[in-house]
Design a binder for this molecule. Structure first.
Ligand SMILES: Cc1cc2nc3c(=O)[nH]c(=O)nc-3n(C[C@H](O)[C@H](O)[C@H](O)COP(=O)(O)OP(=O)(O)OC[C@H]3O[C@@H](n4cnc5c(N)ncnc54)[C@H](O)[C@@H]3O)c2cc1C
Length: 302
């Protein structure tokens, strides 16, 4: 990121929420579940699948974690009612991980059971490195109890991910591989773009050569090309993997992947807690962040 980009990104917290909201519309389906349902219907029409995400993390109270669980369960009912091509992504800190492991396990298990009853699937997002061990342990526990309709995410920037992938291949895990979005120490994470890309390809290779399912979550054309090569080399059918992208990001690339005959799933976030998510997205896109900061100044100047 250039110095100017860094400057723009550092100015984001002083931008009024209403302005961030205007620019964030492309990344968020809306506040209510019905907003997300509408977006998913549009995506399905374009032959794209979805994964629904209720925004909100780092829940500190049991009652809030239980309420989040209830809303995730409701999401599956809505998906079934609307005949939508969508599964659900959850964050464990949203389901009480920071309160107690048992509470979190109870909640995620209830969601996975609901998904199972509706022949659907739950993806457990990966959060910052303070949650990695517990997230993997909870995933193991679910699989040990016989739940197959659940997948995990590993981050290519973490040095440990190669070992984690190898261990999880033995479980026949269903993976999502992404670069990783949190700020982590260089002791545990690659920080150089090429190292992260190299590790992303390495992880993908291990997973695909061992016949596990993978969601390839990236907007990086280099990695999309590398994935195409791996898919071809391993003679995979289109049911053995999928590409995944975030709502509102690089729609041209998204269309091209679908036109090339691959399956693609769009991550569709919605909910009242859209602000933190939007800031994370905008930090990845200094160009749009730049428009926001500019609009702030022109507003002040008028
Ligand atoms: C479906 C999905 C699920 C994810 N789940 C997780 C998770 O569970 N845990 C986790 O830590 N991270 C997750 N991520 C985020 C991920 O780790 C990366 O931070 C993010 O995808 C950016 O990396 P990239 O591979 O797209 O490459 P980048 O190099 O960041 O982006 C490639 C190109 O895409 C464009 N681009 C990227 N972001 C934006 C944007 N916001 N707006 C416009 N253009 C943009 C830019 O042109 C950029 O040059 C997820 C990402 C996706 C797509």
């Amino acid at each position: 990121m250039s110095f100017l980009d860094k400057l723009i990104v550092s100015a984001l917290p002083v931008v009024p929420k209403s302005i961030v909201g205007q620019f964030s519309k492309r990344y968020i389906a809306g506040v209510g579940l019905q907003d997300a349902v509408r977006v998913i219907k549009e995506l399905n029409k374009k032959k794209m699948m979805a994964t629904l995400d209720l925004l909100g993390e780092d829940i500190q109270r049991e009652s809030e974690a239980d309420a989040m669980k209830a809303r995730c369960v409701e999401m599956f009912r809505e998906i079934q009612k609307g005949g939508l091509g969508s599964n659900v992504s959850v964050k464990l800190s949203q389901l009480g991980l920071r309160v107690s492991t048992d509470l979190c396990y109870r909640n995620v298990k209830a969601i996975v059971e609901q998904a199972q009853a509706m022949k659907n699937f739950v993806r457990i997002d990966m959060e910052d490195s303070t949650a990695t061990d517990e997230t993997i342990a909870i995933y193991h526990r679910l699989r040990d109890e016989g739940y197959e309709n659940v997948g995990i995410v590993l981050q290519a920037y973490l040095r440990r991910s190669d070992a984690d992938v190898r261990a999880l291949i033995r479980l026949r895990a269903n993976f999502r591989i992404c670069k990783g979005i949190y700020i982590e120490s260089p002791d545990i994470a690659f920080t150089d773009r090429d190292d992260i890309r190299r590790n992303f390809v390495l992880l993908m290779r291990s997973i695909l050569e061992n016949g596990c399912y993978v969601g390839i979550a990236t907007h990086d054309e280099y990695l999309v090309e590398k994935s195409y090569e791996l898919i071809e080399r391993n003679k995979l059918t289109r049911e053995q993997y999928e590409f995944q992208m975030l709502l509102g990001v690089r729609e041209n690339l998204r269309d091209r992947i679908v036109a090339d005959g691959h399956r693609l799933r769009v991550y569709v976030p919605y909910g009242e807690q859209w602000y933190a998510y939007s800031i994370r997205r905008l930090k990845e896109n200094p160009q749009i962040a730049g428009y926001i900061v500019k609009s702030l100044f022109s507003r002040n100047g008028n």
